[in-house]
Design a protein around this ligand. Structure first.
Ligand SMILES: C[S@@+](CC[C@H](N)C(=O)[O-])C[C@H]1O[C@@H](n2cnc3c(N)ncnc32)[C@H](O)[C@@H]1O
Length: 243
């Protein structure tokens, strides 16, 4: 895995649906989308049966996860209750499937929902398609419907999860499953984090960027996050445990 996104292969749309949906008179150039490889899982049409080792994401969560209140004002977070090896499947990101335009309309109508979830853009296959229309760019919004993945907090570069596009039922790469795998060994009780890929200086993003509170040396939001955050022991209240 390459931790420096600039070194990944980027695709630049001729007319980016994200930029077009901002309804500006002048459409800004595309800021680039990572070109990523898909995992293709077997399913019943392959005829290989349930014991097939290439059926992982479709069987759901199999490790012990816990939603807990993080210290330092990041709200709820997700952690593992068992040691996980590098490359372990953790969970899928589940949410309502919306077009990019529907997402912008929803955020405009209810700005407070920005606080609850961070929408995920399904753009893994944009590089292989022609010009996308706004209504064809899909997002997953976990604000109202989702699973434990909606509690995974952001960490810049040195997060321990990576999101991989997964094809299960359909070869159509327009809609796909988004699955989280560990990018290194993770110890029991360690918080699971994911790099949302936020540009902290992009004030036009549908979700308002927050101030990153991890204080990592790799933090892209470092100029804003050098505040000292008081530790509150009562924040460690646990609510949900899987399996
Ligand atoms: C997908 S939710 C994650 C779960 C969230 N903490 C909760 O309590 O529901 C994303 C929100 O969590 C918060 N968050 C995530 N990562 C953060 C970070 N590194 N620093 C501060 N807040 C963070 C922000 O409020 C963000 O909008």
């Amino acid at each position: 895995m390459n931790r420096d996104p600039q070194k990944h292969c980027h695709f630049y749309c001729k007319e980016c649906p994200l930029e077009r949906s901002k309804n500006d008179d002048i459409i800004e150039p595309c800021k680039g989308h990572l070109v990523r490889r898909f995992i293709k899982e077997c399913w019943w049409k392959c005829g290989c049966g349930k014991q097939c080792g290439n059926q992982v994401v479709q069987h759901g969560i199999s490790c012990n996860l816990q939603v807990f209140m993080t210290p330092g004002g990041k709200g709820w977070g997700l952690r593992t209750l068992e040691d996980l090896p590098k490359g372990a499947f953790v969970c899928e990101y589940v949410g309502e499937i919306l077009t990019n335009t529907e997402l912008f309309e929803r955020v405009l109508k209810c700005p407070s929902s920005e606080e609850h979830a961070y929408p995920v853009l399904l753009d893994a296959d944009w590089g292989s398609e022609g010009v996308l229309k706004d209504e064809e760019a899909l997002c997953l919004d976990a604000t109202h419907y989702g699973n434990v993945a909606r509690f995974i907090n952001h960490r810049c570069f040195d997060s321990n999860l990576v999101e991989i596009p997964v094809e299960v039922e359909t070869p159509d790469h327009h809609y796909y499953h988004l699955a989280f795998f560990t990018s290194r060994k993770v110890q029991a009780l360690e918080e699971l984090t994911w790099d949302y890929g936020i540009d902290f200086d992009d004030h036009d993003h549908p979700s308002k960027a927050f101030t990153c509170r991890y204080g990592s040396k790799f933090c892209r939001n470092i100029k804003h996050s050098s505040i000292t955050i008081p530790f509150r022991p009562l924040d460690h209240l646990t609510i949900i445990t899987t399996s």
